[in-house]
Design a protein around this ligand. Structure first.
Ligand SMILES: [Mn+2]
Length: 477
């Protein structure tokens, strides 16, 4: 891929990553499938291509329809790529040769894609296990079914658990070169958030702000790591930015992050007043969320489980909500019962790397390991990371307080957790919206470190950034 950071021998990094996974798997063959182009409305008009993140991690090549085989016993890998024909050159220009691709990935052998079938047929005939990761797109399921001469359902049940575990272990620990990529993305995300604060004003539309921040990333050759959430309805957790007009006195929630050209994510949330000044009650709720976030960052260190960080964060939140008369009773008991989830129905954070929810395609093995089941309790069931933290993990820390009218109505009608929730007081906040504050941290040997440049976060910092004039995307000539 383009834009490799200087000072790192990427072909050697990919080669070593594959060597390690081959050693851990030990037998059979490992099949790595790259992604295909996804059509928008007909085959030739496609969505922007995004490579499979495992393929990026082990080969770094961002081109559709690639595949790779790793042979643990022979200690080698083969790349499978179609040779660019004259039509490709005419329509898409002269791209890199297959030999160039192989060299970039640190692979010695490159073969025609039709040879992949021959290798797999032989492995099946010899009854050697074929290890592959769970496919998440219909095109990959279909491609795997054809290659393995089986059906889509059999493809899903035949995934390699040992490969999932070992990939999860390896990708969970981020190297210095990977942290550099995440920080590169964050430096653009910082610009996106500052521009959004500066440009927002009563009367603007959510979609204008969303368009502005996306243009900032695009003009630096970066995609978004996920669909940005820029909205006055922060209480709708994954609200798409719409034509909604930003009202005076409203809070704008911006949850967005650029993706580095090598595919690394960033994921930042800031919430700010549309007119540049927080009201008193907005300040009070904001301060509770900020305190929870800072204390959660402080708690994150090796050996501590993220579930304990989540639970402690919920307790601090309940204490804060009690001072405003929204909750009552013993904070620990309220959290144990799940009463706080009326205001905070999601988890404190998740792993982040090449995916914004890193390796979510591998399931709970990443955030929970093999032994710990995920809780079924409302709120806690959305905690994506629970396991003990290790140096090298990159996580998000993202508490929020939301006033979700439909949830308040339902719980109040059921008189749910009445011992802990003061519904009469909650009614005063029903049009408040929501506040979330999110940063990306690296777990270090002794604690944790917030990644990227400082993005306005305290009330004075946010109000100052809201009062700035908008910086042009391109410097004036
Ligand atoms: Mn997040």
């Amino acid at each position: 891929m383009s834009d490799k950071s200087a000072g790192h021998n990427w072909p050697e990094i990919y080669r070593r990553r594959r060597e390690r996974i081959r050693d851990r798997i030990g037998d059979g063959v490992i099949l790595w499938l790259g992604n295909s182009l996804q059509p928008r409305n007909y085959e030739g008009n496609t969505y922007p291509f995004r490579q499979n993140s495992h393929f990026l991690y082990y080969a770094g090549l961002s081109k559709p329809e690639l595949a790779m085989l790793s042979f643990p016993d022979a200690g080698r890998d083969i790349l499978f790529a179609e040779s660019p024909g004259i039509d490709t050159v005419i329509w898409n220009g002269p791209g890199p040769s297959n030999e160039d691709l192989a060299q970039d990935a640190g692979i010695d052998a490159v073969q025609d894609p039709r040879r992949l079938q021959t290798h797999l047929d032989l492995a099946r005939k010899q009854e050697r296990p074929i290890h592959y990761l769970p496919p998440y797109s219909a095109s990959s399921i279909y491609r795997l079914a054809a290659l393995l001469k089986t059906g889509p359902e059999e493809v899903k049940t035949g995934v390699s658990e040992i490969l999932m575990e070992e990939v999860s272990k390896q990708r969970s620990l981020k190297s210095e070169a990977e942290i550099e990529q995440i920080e590169k993305a964050l430096s653009v995300t910082d610009r996106m958030h500052r521009a959004c604060m500066a440009a927002a004003r009563p009367g603007a539309r959510e979609i204008e702000l969303s368009g502005l921040i996306q243009s900032i990333a695009l003009s630096r050759n970066m995609q978004q790591a996920f669909n940005p959430i820029v909205t006055v309805h922060g209480e709708v957790l994954h609200n798409d930015s719409k034509e909604t007009v930003v009202g005076d006195g409203r809070l704008v929630l911006n949850d967005s992050g650029a993706e580095s050209p090598m595919g690394y994510a960033s994921d930042i949330t800031r919430t700010f007043p549309a007119n540049g000044k927080f009201t008193d009650i907005q300040k009070e709720i904001y301060q509770i969320v900020l305190r929870v976030q800072l204390e959660a960052i402080d708690m994150a260190k090796p050996g501590v489980t993220y579930r304990d960080v989540h639970t402690a964060a919920c307790g601090i939140m309940v204490d804060g909500l009690k001072t405003l008369g929204l909750m009552r009773g013993d904070a620990a008991e309220a959290v144990e019962a799940g009463a706080h989830a009326l205001f905070f129905p999601h988890g404190i954070g998740h792993m982040m790397g090449l995916d914004v929810h890193d390796m979510e395609d591998l399931g709970d093995i990443v955030g929970y390991g093999k032994k710990e089941p995920r809780s079924g309790q409302f709120g806690l069931k959305y905690l994506r990371l629970s396991r003990p933290l290790e140096p090298g993990f990159v996580l998000t820390v993202e508490p929020g307080i939301y006033f979700i009218p439909a949830l308040i109505d339902r719980w109040q009608s059921e008189r749910r957790h009445e011992a802990f929730i003061n519904y009469d007081r909650v009614r005063d906040f029903v049009t408040f919206g929501g506040i979330r504050i999110e940063d990306n941290i690296l777990v270090t040997s002794s604690g944790s470190k917030v990644l990227g440049p400082p993005i306005p976060k305290t009330i004075p910092e946010v109000e100052e950034a809201c009062g700035c004039s908008i910086q042009p995307v391109w410097p004036p000539v």
